[in-house]
Design a protein around this ligand. Structure first.
Ligand code: ATP
Length: 135
């Protein structure tokens, strides 16, 4: 089965949306294979978001993702990557469908509540960053 790494980002955690968000993935049919609450160091954040290094919003992104506790989970299931991204919705919450997490609960792209791996390779790489004890 495919695995995806999702993050309930600090904005969602602070707003008390963790249960709501995890419930949506579970209702979709994805299984929680690992789950933890953690606060990222700048070093781990820069590794996780390595592909965005050099972009104008990189500094802001790292500052935001390290700003408070978050919840990381490995979800597994058939087509887990695509299924999770459908539940999450488009990157810009104003373009995300109603019924998706971002469409229902967010407005700004910088505080869009959730992350989901964008490919099977990214899923494996990101699961290794957040759950090194499992690999
Ligand atoms: P994520 O990787 O968090 O699941 P994504 O794959 O939908 O999101 P990416 O294009 O990988 O989107 O961007 C990573 C994150 O960087 C976004 O979720 C968002 O929080 C932030 N981001 C992207 N574009 C911008 C922007 N123009 N301004 C501020 N933040 C941005």
């Amino acid at each position: 089965v495919e695995k995806t790494l999702i993050l309930v980002k600090p904005d969602a955690f602070a707003r008390g949306l963790t249960g709501e968000i995890l419930a949506r993935f579970e209702r979709k049919g994805l299984k929680i294979a690992a789950l933890k609450q953690t606060t990222l160091t700048v070093e781990i954040a820069e590794t996780h978001y390595g592909e965005h290094q050099g972009k104008p919003f990189f500094g802001e992104l790292v500052e935001f993702i390290t700003s408070g506790p978050l919840v990381a989970a490995i979800l597994e299931g058939e087509s887990a990557i695509k299924a999770a991204r459908q539940v999450i919705g488009a990157t810009n919450p104003l373009e995300a469908a109603t019924g998706s997490i971002r469409g229902d609960f967010a407005i700004e792209v910088g505080t869009n509540l959730v992350h989901g791996s964008d490919s099977p390779e990214a899923g494996v790489r990101e699961a290794g960053i957040f759950f090194p004890e499992l690999s």
